[in-house]
Design a protein around this ligand. Sequence first.
Ligand code: SF4
Length: 351
Amino acid sequence: MNDVSEIIETLYRGDGGALSADDIASFLDECESGDYDEALAARAREVREPIYGNRVYVRGLIEISNICKNDCLYCGIRRSNRNCIRYRLDEDTIISCADEGYELGFRTFVLQGGEDAYYTDDVMCSIISRIKSSHPDCAVTLSLGERSRDSYRRMRSAGADRYLLRHETANPDHYAQLHPASMSYENRIQCLYTLRELGYQVGCGFMVGSPYQTNRHIANDLCFIRDFYPAMCGIGPFVPHHETPFASFPSGTVEKTCRLLSIIRLLCPHVLLPATTALGTIHPRGREMGILAGANVVMPNLSPVGVRKQYELYDNKICTGEESAQCRDCLELRIRSVGCEIVTDRGDVKK
Ligand code: SF4
């Protein structure tokens, strides 16, 4: 047995905690050939099976605003993009999206947006409590970036269950290459710990193939994820946006993204792991491949069709033209094609 196969078995046995960042970085280098991807995916499915079976959870994504005060270098809706047509959804529109989603069988709503000052704590608390009182059997997930502890606390008290905040990279120098000086790695990580302390189910994550990323950076990400053990972990390929400083960088690959999905499933067997829209953007069967690699969540769009193209975090994003019901039906067929099934369920982390 060679070193790579031994590491796969170490991960499969649940002993990934014994691996150092150096071990993982060398392992990732060895895996670049693609020769071990099938073995990793098979082990990831074996680990997923007793916990989640063939059940795939859907999250209804409502993109509430593409206005953002930040200027992340990779992001299509960054503040400096003067060619982005901005929008924000008002409270009643957001509620209607959730109501429509409920009828379609969604039991989790993800309210995602840029860091837009319009959505004060009062506004957000009102939206959250209205959704929770109309649909008490549903979970509300927020993905609204960095806010104060008090803001996170108030939204949690209003009924928010989960919070997604990708850490983006667990290496401070790499973080500084992807973000303006006004943003800090330390604050990002602190937000994740604060959210957990406040009782949220917390999600972190990163882009695969982001500019300047090395396997050593990814090894640091994997160690961080293993040690933090998030309830959710969003990883998808980096896809460039033409109006950003990273326009000419290449996209991440479907192969490497799927490989990392498998490794994360092995490091954190209970994690809720989306096959992301970005994965479906770089390959026509990217999301199906993600499910086969160990993912168990998909996030179809519930935003009004009229604004979907404007929430363009990266170029050529898919699913911007279909109605919500079409998106759900399309995903249902795709998930079935790989032997899994979409379920009507809040889909809380099983731990
Ligand atoms: S990645 Fe998020 S915080 Fe950064 S510019 Fe885009 S929407 Fe704003």
